[in-house]
Design a protein around this ligand. Structure first.
Ligand SMILES: Cc1cc2nc3c(=O)[nH]c(=O)nc-3n(C[C@H](O)[C@H](O)[C@H](O)COP(=O)(O)OP(=O)(O)OC[C@H]3O[C@@H](n4cnc5c(N)ncnc54)[C@H](O)[C@@H]3O)c2cc1C
Length: 442
């Protein structure tokens, strides 16, 4: 079986940005040996956040912070090239920099299609296993994946592996048992909604849990799309907040800040991350905050009374019965008990980072750990390994805990992160090929 230079798990923005860095480098060095990469993606396409591309939503970052421009403004993978190729360059310049989520999702898919090495879709990576040579040294990883359509198992060998599998939906404990067609996370929003509408029509009662941008967008979407729907919004604090949009605090997304955060130790680093969170999590952007407040005001003005924005309310119990869901609630400060009945409960409860990527479990004995027992990850996003393992294992977009706010769920450093991973990958590969040229093909 062929041993790839690198096997990349996940072909969303982080995986595509890395592929762009790899191919740009190969293009710039035509005489050199090109990198041999395999890209495995669980989904059928590289569509970006496909279940949450709602009409009227836009991106939260500057469009120049795309998959390639901050690394190399001449890259063929940049957003401006996408605009040129799609014939929208001049019309775009009249929009004042506004980019809808729909257009960004198209751009991400376009960029994925520009990668010469075709990605393998319908490949869910299950395990990354060490393959020991006869001298006991692990120089290769076996990446085991499954086709979600038929369960068929596939294997790829790589000298290096990049996990670019993103964050996973966070489901609070109280909702876990009742997940299904009536209680679901926002990451499943559009398909679940379409199924629900087909089954039950327009006149539905919703409970939207959470106080972040996704909750705001979903409430506005429901209010606009379903004129007969009744919507309950539940937030645990004093009401929807706005992102911290100050110029200075948003320098948290500059690569130099990643250097700074990476240099901090445990508690100090956690504190720095906690401060930066207000720039990106659990809050609304000004457009959505304004639109939501106007919608609530209009609702009161007209006496329509279908938009109920509950603050300081937490859910203590969930009971799904027949076609409905009953939420038992608790007022956070007074302790007053109550209940809300809904036809569907939408969990806008965010995402979490895996503490240890499950698929890396077979490699656990070959990895190094810090004093807190967490993976020892370099500034270049490589998990440090023991001496008798030469495989480069990269965590791309899943080390917010280590590198800070800009390194995971943001486009701000997507290209810079790809460049850092790519440079380290090339150096690792050069060492591997020099010490073991025979492993080129097994
Ligand atoms: C609704 C929404 C809007 C957002 N808007 C913005 C924005 O405007 N600006 C911004 O900077 N950030 C935004 N974000 C943050 C978002 O996380 C990043 O934009 C970006 O998607 C991160 O890219 P990623 O490739 O690291 O992770 P993901 O986008 O999560 O991509 C991971 C990929 O890996 C695949 N995958 C997962 N597990 C496996 C597996 N086991 N095997 C194979 N493939 C796998 C997934 O299918 C996916 O394609 C938004 C997030 C959400 C949820």
């Amino acid at each position: 079986m062929q041993i790839h230079d690198v096997v990349v798990a996940g072909f969303g923005p982080s995986g595509i940005a890395l592929a762009a860095a790899i191919e740009d480098h190969d293009d710039a060095h035509p005489g050199a040996r090109p990198a041999d990469a395999a890209y495995l993606e669980r989904a059928a396409t590289s569509a970006w956040q496909p279940n949450q591309v709602l009409p009227g939503t836009d991106i939260q970052h500057h469009f120049l912070r795309d998959l390639a421009t901050p690394r190399d403004p001449r890259s063929r993978f940049g957003f401006t090239n996408f605009l040129l190729q799609s014939g929208r360059f001049y019309p775009f310049t009249l929009l004042g920099g506004y980019v809808s989520r729909l257009e960004w999702s198209e751009y991400v898919q376009w960029a994925a299609a520009q990668v010469r090495q075709p990605a393998e879709y319908h490949r869910e990576v299950l395990r990354v296993e060490p393959v020991a040579d006869s001298d006991g040294t692990v120089r290769t990883a076996r990446v085991v994946s499954r086709d979600p359509r038929d369960g068929a198992v596939h294997e790829h060998l790589g000298r290096n592996v990049v996990l670019a599998t993103g964050h996973v939906p966070y489901i609070p404990e109280v909702f876990r048992e009742d997940l299904g067609e009536r209680v679901f996370h926002a990451s499943e929003f559009l398909p679940r909604m379409n199924a629900l509408r087909e089954k039950t029509g327009q006149s539905l009662r919703f409970a939207v849990i959470g106080g972040g941008q996704t909750a705001g967008e979903i409430i506005l979407y429901l209010a606009g799309e379903l004129p007969d729907a009744r919507i309950h919004s539940l937030v645990r604090h004093g009401g929807f907040k706005m992102y911290e949009l100050g110029h200075f605090s948003n320098e948290a997304y500059f690569p130099t800040e990643t250097d700074y955060v990476y240099g901090l130790e445990g508690p100090a680093r956690e504190q720095a991350l906690a401060h930066a969170r207000a720039t990106n999590y659990a809050a609304l952007d000004p457009d959505v905050s304004t639109a939501l407040y106007q919608a609530a005001y209009q609702d009161r003005l007209t006496g329509t009374n279908r938009l109920h924005l509950h603050r300081r309310l937490e859910v203590t119990d969930v009971a799904v019965a027949g076609d409905g869901v009953r939420l038992t609630t608790n007022e956070v400060y007074t302790g007053e008990a109550g209940s809300i009945d809904a036809d569907a409960v939408i969990l806008c409860t965010g995402y979490e980072e895996p503490k240890f990527p499950e698929s890396l479990q077979p490699f656990a004995p070959y990895l190094s750990y810090d004093t807190d027992g967490r993976l020892d990850v370099t500034r270049e996003y490589r998990a440090r390994t023991v001496d008798h393992c030469t495989v480069g294992l990269y965590l791309d977009g899943i080390t917010e805990w280590r590198h800070g706010i800009a390194s995971a769920t943001s486009f701000s450093q997507m290209a810079a992160k790809a460049e850092t991973v790519h440079n380290d990958l090339r150096a690792t590969l050069a060492r591997q090929l020099q010490s073991h040229p025979a492993t080129l093909v097994s």
